[in-house]
Each structure stands twice: as structure tokens, then as C-alpha cells.
Design a protein around this ligand. Structure first.
Ligand code: MG
Length: 236
């Protein structure tokens, strides 16, 4: 790994905790929806019934899974048709979710590491989600951000990784991807010849672990990995 020029990061659950934020965003949207259309309470009395409807809709649209924004709006359109809600509320309803979904808190160690790496490497973000680094206020850490919506395909599709290499102007062996998902991040990157570090926060054991060049518990351990491989000192 001693010729690394670019480091790309997955965002959700790699640089910040995501699931509690998504759950809260769903909860806030549910509350907003019932306030706007009180009669929907009989159909979606609790969050679970609403999420069940969303999940069922998402399953019917696999071709949109690379674009979480489009997918959610499609669901809202279906809700509108199903309950004759009109469509004037859709953009606002989406924004209620989106604003809450972007209320993420960067892990303290992530901030420190990104700060340290950015003057030595090209830093990118590759995400399958619709987090907005600019809105979150962390865009200054990244030279580029690549979303699956923009790419037209989601990780682990090689297309998104090759597009990242093109954006960075580096070859696969000069790039290191860091992420928490073994399939989308690690397997995806390795299939393209990109180095990969698995963020294994819960110390899971898995046979696919072997695919990663290194395993860390959090991104704060990344400089240590780079030091060990001589990448960090080479970059200095
Ligand atoms: Mg992730």
C-alpha cells in the first residue's frame, strides 16, 4: 500500500453513526405527515406501519435503489395517489426527512483523521446514501464526493469505483477505500483492485474479513495502519 495517493471514505456508519439518525428522521416525517393529514392516523397509527409501507414500495423499485432521494420521492408519490393527497406536499415532506437525515454528528476521531490526511492525500467520499456533506458542513475535507445517484450505480458496482478513480486521477492500486460494509465497500473496492480498510466497529468476525488489507475498529486507527505500511511516512 505504499503508493497510495487517494483515500476514499464511505460516509454512513464510517464517518458518523447513521441508523439512529435515520430512525429519528423517519419518526419526524411520520409526525409531520399525520399533522398535515390527520386522517392518515387510521392508516399509519405508528411509525412501524408507515415504514412497512415504505419498505414494500422500495422492494418494488429495485431500479431506483442507487438513488435514495428519487426512491423516497417515488414512495411519497405513491402515498399521495393511494390516499388522494395531491402532490403539493411532496417536496416539503421529503425535506422534513432529509433535514433530519442530515443531522449527523461526525465521530470526533473522524474529524481529526480527515484533518490530518487532507494535506497529504486526495480525499474522496463514495456513498450509496443521500447524506449531503455540504449541508452537514464537512465538505472542506473532501476533494470530491461521489454519490450512487450521480454514478447511476451503487457500491459494490465497479462503475462507481472506476468513476471515483477517474475523478481522483489515480490508478486503482494508488487508491484506498475505507468503509464499514464488507460487501459494498470492501468486496466492491477489492474487485476493482483498490485497497480497502474495513471499519469493523463491533469487532465482528466474518470470513470476508480476509478481503480487507486491514481492519480497524474506527477511522481513528487509520493513520496507524498507514504508518505500519509506510504510506503515511512516504506521504510526509
Ligand atoms: Mg456505510
Amino acid at each position: 500500500m505504499n503508493r497510495i495517493r487517494c483515500i476514499t471514505f464511505d460516509l454512513d456508519d464510517t464517518l458518523w453513526s447513521c441508523q439512529p439518525v435515520i430512525t429519528e428522521a423517519e419518526r419526524r416525517f411520520h409526525g409531520w405527515l399525520l399533522e398535515r393529514f390527520p386522517f392518515l392516523t387510521q392508516h399509519y397509527p405508528d411509525l412501524d406501519t408507515l415504514i412497512a409501507h415504505r419498505s414494500e414500495c422500495y422492494q418494488r423499485h429495485p431500479s431506483l435503489h442507487h438513488d435514495m432521494t428519487l426512491l423516497r420521492k417515488r414512495w411519497l408519490e405513491e402515498l399521495a395517489v393511494r390516499h388522494a393527497l395531491g402532490d403539493a406536499w411532496i417536496e416539503e415532506g421529503f425535506r422534513v426527512f432529509w433535514l433530519a437525515r442530515n443531522e449527523v454528528e461526525l465521530y470526533p476521531e473522524a474529524r481529526q483523521v480527515l484533518e490530518g490526511l487532507k494535506s497529504h492525500f486526495i480525499i474522496g467520499a463514495i456513498t450509496n446514501g443521500n447524506a449531503d456533506v455540504r449541508h452537514i458542513g464537512v465538505d472542506h475535507y473532501f476533494d470530491f464526493v461521489l454519490t450512487s445517484a450521480e454514478s447511476g450505480v451503487a457500491k459494490p458496482d465497479p462503475g462507481i469505483f472506476f468513476l471515483a478513480l477517474k475523478k481522483a486521477g489515480v490508478k486503482a492500486h494508488e487508491c484506498l477505500h475505507v468503509g464499514d460494509n464488507l460487501e459494498t465497500d470492501i468486496q466492491g473496492a477489492r474487485a476493482c483492485g483498490i485497497h480497502a480498510v474495513w471499519v469493523n466497529a463491533d469487532s465482528h468476525t466474518h470470513e470476508k474479513t480476509r478481503m480487507a488489507d486491514a481492519v480497524v475498529r474506527h477511522v481513528g486507527e487509520l493513520p496507524q495502519v498507514l504508518h505500519l505500511d509506510g504510506v503515511w511516512s512516504a506521504a510526509h
